[in-house]
Design a protein around this ligand. Structure first.
Ligand code: SAH
Ligand code: SF4
Ligand code: F3S
Length: 442
């Protein structure tokens, strides 16, 4: 009988790719992937530590996994990823996990598993300066076969004061561009139509070999050069590293999607300084203007944190006014969550009361919903090239897919299927979706 492995993935897209890497490593050991926990010999949660609620969820899942042990004592239960890295001791102390593996140790999982005994879990959370899993072709787990994610770098060298990622993922390292190109060519040959290049800070990608250097715009250009029908996206960026060269490279290739995720975090210079973001509001807005000038129609999305340490009403108003000025197309919005061990946790009291954080967050969400609606309304009457992803979730007779600017479109799609490019004329919208019909002309 085949042995089976089941993985639940939490957190960012990088964890999704990491789970695919683990499937690939375990496949070599004879493990097949399963989507049913009940039939798995190994049950893993690939975890996130970025906010407290992400971790709380995992503690809850661990109890559910434990139930499997009651009837199948040989099943192996493991926590991998960022929370494994951060909470190695707490996790092993509970006696509820057999395996604890940090993000740079996945190659050693087969070894660890062999050494597990009922009273000795397998643990490895060593961070590496080199590991990029460059030679491992992930086992793709996405369902539509249209859009693939490729990890191009790992770790982060920024020390934003609120953020746990540098501690859980270690130092930044870029992956050999030849292996990235080989992977992109491989997914294209397999029929994928879109690749997203992933890293915590892709715009600081840099590969040095002898005299030659490959920076992020060079890499992006090379991946886009594989075929004009392969769409290329990337995420996420640190505003301080968004260069003119990158913006111009995007403008020079039609198949590099016009979308930039540019996390701002706050509109107040005092907060940005305290967050150690290393840019000012003015500098950020200059980048936004540059993007809009060179790439008209480019989608700009962001991340923001409400209620960071000592944030005043005035700081909060500055965030609201920056949102209006930047007119983001979409935003991921969070309440500040103190992470133990970070610079902020060690130096600044988490002193904005929870109800104030929530109220401020809600004000940002309300504003952004309005901005998203306005942004979508401005697209009504226009025609976009859309890559079909599959049936629409809400209305399965319709198809859905994204514009280059990363907006979701829904349209009647008779005769078309996932992976087709279609021109969609937008007729109406909500704040989250463009609605239209397929048209011949562009
Ligand atoms: N590398 C990316 C972000 C990774 S984390 C970048 O720098 O843009 C994704 C988002 O989570 C961050 O942009 C931030 O908005 C949010 N985040 C990170 N730490 C947080 C914390 N302690 N509390 C609340 N939100 C946080
Ligand atoms: Fe965290 Fe800042 Fe690195 Fe992003 S750039 S992962 S927010 S430390
Ligand atoms: Fe979470 Fe780790 Fe990603 S903390 S956001 S899973 S890098």
């Amino acid at each position: 009988m085949d042995k089976k492995i089941y993985i639940e993935t939490y957190g960012c897209q990088m964890n999704v790719v990491d789970s695919e890497v683990i499937f690939s490593i375990m496949a070599k050991e004879g493990y097949k992937r399963t989507t049913s926990m009940e039939e798995a010999d190994i049950i893993l949660a690939n975890t996130c530590s970025v906010r407290d609620n992400a971790e709380q969820r995992i503690w809850g899942r661990l109890e559910v996994f434990r139930k499997q042990k009651e009837t199948r004592p040989d099943v192996i239960i493991g926590i991998v990823g960022c929370m494994a890295e951060r909470l190695k001791d707490e996790l092993t102390k509970t006696g509820k996990v057999d395996l604890v593996a940090g993000p740079d140790t996945y190659r050693t999982i087969p070894e660890m598993i062999k050494e597990i005994t009922p009273d000795k879990p397998g643990i490895n959370v060593l961070l590496s300066r080199e590991e990029t899993y460059a030679d491992i072709l992930p086992v793709r787990t996405d369902k539509n076969g249209v859009s693939a994610f490729i990890s191009i770098m790992r770790g982060c060298n920024n020390v934003c004061s609120y953020c746990v990622v540098p501690y859980t993922r270690g130092a930044e390292r870029s992956r050999d561009p030849e292996t990235i190109l080989a992977e992109a060519r491989d997914v294209f040959a397999k029929g994928y139509k879109e690749v997203t290049l992933l890293g915590q800070n892709v715009d600081s990608y840099l590969w040095k070999s002898g005299e030659s250097e490959v920076d992020f715009p060079d890499l992006l250009d090379a991946v886009a050069g594989i075929d004009p029908s392969l769409r290329v996206r990337f995420a996420t960026n640190h505003p301080k590293d968004i260069s003119d060269k990158l913006i111009e490279t995007m403008a020079s290739r039609k198949n590099i999607c016009d979308h930039i995720h540019l996390p701002v975090q706050s509109g107040s210079d005092r907060m940005l300084e305290k967050m150690r973001r290393r840019y000012t509001r003015e500098w950020y807005m200059e980048r936004v203007r540059k993007i809009r000038e060179v790439l008209p129609g480019c989608g700009i999305t962001t991340d923001v944190i409400a209620g960071f340490c000592s944030e005043t009403e005035e700081d909060h108003q500055a965030t609201l006014s920056l949102f209006k000025e930047a007119a983001f197309d979409y935003a991921f919005m969070f309440c500040y969550s103190e992470r133990p061990g970070t610079i902020a946790a060690r130096n600044y009291p988490d002193d904005v009361p929870a109800d104030v954080k929530t109220r401020r967050l809600n004000e940002i969400i309300e504003l952004q919903n309005r901005l998203s609606l306005e942004s979508n309304q401005a697209d009504v009457g226009k025609t976009f090239e859309v890559l079909v992803e599959g049936p629409s979730k809400r209305n399965p007779q319709d198809l859905c897919g994204r514009t280059g600017s990363d907006k979701m479109c829904v349209f009647p799609g008779e005769g078309h299927k996932a992976g087709d490019y279609v021109n969609v004329k937008i007729e109406s919208c909500t704040s989250a979706t463009l609605l239209g019909t397929i048209t011949e002309q562009h």
